[in-house]
Design a protein around this ligand. Structure first.
Ligand code: FE
Ligand code: ZN
Ligand code: FE
Length: 195
């Protein structure tokens, strides 16, 4: 579609987001199956429910305009999901796989945040107040999902780093855990001193 006005751009963005949400609804069950961590599984399952709600918000926006919701292929999301599939499919270690699931899911969330931020801004400029509110709600949910994933990564990425090489005794794992978090604390404070 050729966009000749901000209104056209706005509708194009909504159709793109509508398609993106549907791609995510299709992709999430596979990630939930692939995840080992119960907390990660739960977070993804919850976001699947949230995502269905988000798709229906876009339908609501089109309904209010007296239009049928139309999806336009979101090639960006297609690429992000494909890349995640390729990455996750080749990983045997369950902790490393969980880390990869988080990496891929956070790319999805950030891409969505960019799209919803733009669409909400257009809705404001076009005085579509109800739509603006709905889009803001979704934007907030995407940010929340991203934060949840960051929280999970703080535990899961450390486990992935530990499991990456050898399988030592519990004690050795404990030791590595404390030294690796010490290492990252040190490098973080080094960085902040350098800044
Ligand atoms: Fe979404
Ligand atoms: Zn797109
Ligand atoms: Fe999302």
């Amino acid at each position: 579609m050729k966009a000749n006005s901000l209104q056209d751009l706005y509708l194009e963005q909504l159709r793109d987001l509508y398609d993106a949400e549907h791609q995510i609804i299709k992709a999430l069950p596979k990630l939930i199956d692939a995840a080992q961590s119960e907390r990660l599984k739960d977070a993804l399952t919850e976001h699947l429910d949230v995502t269905k709600e988000q798709a229906s918000r876009i339908e609501q926006i089109f309904d209010t305009r007296g239009e049928k919701p139309r999806a336009e292929r979101c090639k960006g999301m297609q690429g992000i999901i494909q890349e995640g599939d390729d990455l996750i499919g080749g990983i045997k270690d369950p902790n490393v796989r969980d880390a990869a699931i988080i990496a891929s899911a956070q790319r999805v969330e950030h891409y969505e945040m960019a799209g919803y931020g733009t669409a909400r801004n257009y809705a404001d400029l076009l005085d579509e107040n109800e739509a603006s509110q709905l889009l803001q709600e979704t934007l907030d949910e995407e940010k929340e999902a991203d934060e949840t994933l960051t929280d999970l990564s703080e535990e899961i990425n450390v486990e992935a780093e530990e499991e990456g090489g050898s399988e030592g005794a519990e004690e050795a794992t404990e030791e590595r855990r404390s030294s690796s978090s010490k290492k990252s604390r040190e490098s973080r404070s080094k960085k902040s001193r350098a800044a």
